[in-house]
Design a protein around this ligand. Sequence first.
Ligand code: NDP
Length: 288
Amino acid sequence: MTARIIDGKERAAEVCRMVTDAVALLKVERGVVPGLAVVLVGDDPASQVYVRNKAKQTLACGMRSLEHRLPVTATEAEVLALVGVLNRDPGVDGILVQLPLPKHIAEAAVIEAIDPGKDVDGFHPVNAGRLASNAPGLVPCTPLGCVLLAKSVMPELRGLEAVVIGRSNIVGKPVAQLLLREDCTVTIAHSRTRDLPGIVRRADLVVAAVGRPGMVRGDWIKPGAIVIDVGINRVPGEGGKSRLVGDVAFGEAVAVAGAITPVPGGVGPMTIACLLQNTLTAAKARRG
Ligand code: NDP
């Protein structure tokens, strides 16, 4: 058996097309063009690439992209002041502060300063609480992307045994909550979990969000299961170059699973697509 490869780029392009159409309609009907403000503090090379890609795709969907760059020496007070300005700016529908922030700035304080209605990353405790209590709110982008990818191969997830490996606030926990919303029976595994292979073997749906290259082996996977690999790990490749791999040993798992996301080209592209969807959702919600 060879698994169906879930093409994250293709699914992300579909989401972006829907967002583009909805943005065009909003402009015609209400004269509104949603705006996404991205705050980048410092000069981390990976963050710069992420911010550039986000800005490019925001514009491609017909929305406004507002970039705010602060030097690595910016103080927490300066970042909080900028967030305050963006909170009050009626032209800003979504605010994303690119993480990680320099070590002298408390990420939690910055996230909590963002207006929950503009929190398109879905990390604010108010949005986390809404997700936990099944209320409408902005949902973190990567977890949302994971669920959309799983639903692209199985639209009805109800009743599935789902195992999420990882319990971070930005991926593991919100994925688990979204899967619970889909009526899955959810197990959350972490570094203290006993017999992880045995637990994963029960799963019809596995979401791996650990950050350990190839940790989930092929013989952990139940035949026919859906495997969503969130991990992004840089490992040495051929010719002295590095390459990206996921948390799942892809070559082994692809022979057992029913469907699997590749790395790269799986969850990664969906994360940006869901960010744009969240910006549209925030723009509509703010304008009633
Ligand atoms: P964190 O480091 O915050 O969390 C990792 C989780 O994995 C923790 O809950 C940890 O458990 C668990 N874990 C670590 N080692 C083991 C182990 N041996 N067995 C079982 N569980 C283990 O990472 P993130 O959630 O932020 O990210 C996870 C991965 O997803 C990373 O590779 C990251 O790069 C990637 N990522 C990808 C995104 C995308 O767009 N595709 C977006 C965000 C992240 P414990 O809590 O006990 O320490």
